[in-house]
Design a protein around this ligand. Structure first.
Ligand code: ASP
Ligand code: MG
Length: 421
């Protein structure tokens, strides 16, 4: 892809935690960066994550001292992981005879909102990057961190370095953003579950976003949102593979790619699984929409993220409402429902909790126009004897909630049905 870039168009390369995990890998990354920089003479920006494991260690270290540390203070500790990676990779680049320009968020002006531990980027000043390009330096930027309007350090949420990299690529109008990681691209399913899972060559932003949100860990969801908004191709590839044709390009039909790539409107691009699903069933609710509105407003006030919803108003004089939340939101959800119960109208409310459910989803842009996808999905699951508790669909996705332990088999059945071979 590099040889097809127009002269002077910058590229952003991000290296993840495993790619800078030890001394030898850092040296290999520096060699790759130096080789590409010298061969193509392009303005290049490098974004790094903390070395794998460092962020977890920093969290543990902080909470050993105070388990209730404010997110404000904790972000300061967390941001240190990326600072170290910037220094180590810069040292390795110097050894290659390259002039690095090591940069933390405050030097670059990566401005975020005030939400410590899950801040969103508001703006990036590219003046400093332009200056480094003029001085023939390679900026090496700390991912994951930003500064808010008080100049305090913020972090973007776990896995947020992807978002730093794509945000920089958007601000620079880069040719593309390369996400270098320890796998060859985005797989059509978890290869540990589906042996025949393959690397997806081109993936629509919408599908990549669904897959990222459904728990496929390769890309931070917000990075895909940004890529889509600014139409910057995101290339996911293996840091240490020389085979340039094996990778996933995340783009849309309208993305200006330096080389025309057909975005295949595959009916189903991937199958994903989420094993942390909890279903809450609320019985004896008053039979009106005010009741539903009230329940969800209290849940949202408790920051609970609701997923699949079903409701049944055909029984008796009451309403039954079921919805799923992720395991990590369960306590908050139950706390919220306790608050609701205090209200007189909800005194008969009965809450049933069903844990350990699993959600299996198929995703693909081709679903927009294809017919028979739902029928094939349910027939495939029926053939494997899998019961479905709940179903939710969008234009490009069908999700089924299934029993504990059945999700992996469901993944295999659906992959075989839609992506055989
Ligand atoms: N170091 C941060 C994390 O582990 C950010 C990243 O790696 O993307 O979440
Ligand atoms: Mg990551």
């Amino acid at each position: 892809v590099y040889q097809h870039l127009e002269k002077g168009v910058p590229v952003v390369q991000k290296y993840g935690g495993t790619s800078v995990g030890d001394k030898d890998k850092i040296i290999k990354v520096a060699e790759r960066v130096a080789r590409i920089y010298r061969q193509f003479e392009l303005p290049l920006v490098i974004v790094v994550s903390a070395r794998s494991g460092d962020t977890n260690k920093l969290i543990a270290l902080t909470s050993e001292i105070n388990a209730n540390t404010s997110f404000y203070v904790r972000d300061l500790a967390l941001a240190a992981g990326e600072q170290l990676s910037v220094a180590l990779l810069s040292a390795a680049l110097e050894a290659q005879g390259i002039k690095p320009d090591p940069l933390l968020a405050f030097q670059l002006g990566i401005r975020t909102d005030r939400n410590h531990s899950r801040a969103r980027i508001k703006s990036i000043n590219t003046d400093r990057l332009a200056q480094s390009f003029r001085e023939k330096k390679i900026p090496v930027v700390a991912g994951f961190q930003g500064i808010n309007d008080d100049l305090s350090i913020t972090t973007l949420g776990r896995g947020g370095s992807d978002t730093s990299a794509v945000a920089l690529a958007c601000a620079l109008k880069a040719g593309f953003c390369e996400i270098n990681t320890d796998v060859d691209g985005v797989f059509s399913a978890d290869p540990n579950i589906v042996a025949s899972a393959k690397i997806i060559p081109t993936l629509h932003y919408d599908v990549a976003l669904e897959m990222a949100s459904l728990g496929s860990k390769v890309l931070h969801p917000r990075s895909v949102e940004l890529g889509a908004k600014f139409n910057i191709p995101i290339i996911v590839r293996n840091s240490f593979s020389d085979n340039d044709s094996v990778r996933t390009v995340v783009m849309s039909e309208t993305t200006k790619e330096s080389r025309p790539i057909d975005i295949e409107a595959t009916v189903v691009s991937g199958v994903s699984i989420d094993k942390e699903v909890v279903k809450l069933t609320l019985e004896n609710l008053p039979k009106n929409s005010q009741a539903i509105a009230r329940i969800f407003s209290v849940l949202s006030g408790h920051q609970v993220n609701i997923d699949v919803i079903v409701h049944d108003r055909n029984r008796d004089d009451f309403l039954t409402l079921g919805f799923t939340v992720s395991e990590s939101d369960r306590e908050q959800a139950l706390a919220a429902l306790k608050c609701v119960k205090v209200d007189g109208a909800f005194s008969n409310l009965n809450v049933l909790v069903q844990e350990g459910l699993e959600k299996v989803s198929i995703v693909g842009v081709g679903m927009r126009s294809a017919t028979g996808v739902a029928s094939r999905t349910f027939s495939a699951l029926a053939a494997c004897d899998i019961d479905i508790h709940m179903i939710s669909t969008s234009e490009i996705k069908i999700s089924c909630v299934v029993d504990r332990g059945k999700g992996e088999i469901a993944c295999q059945c659906l992959h075989e049905e839609f992506l055989p071979g």
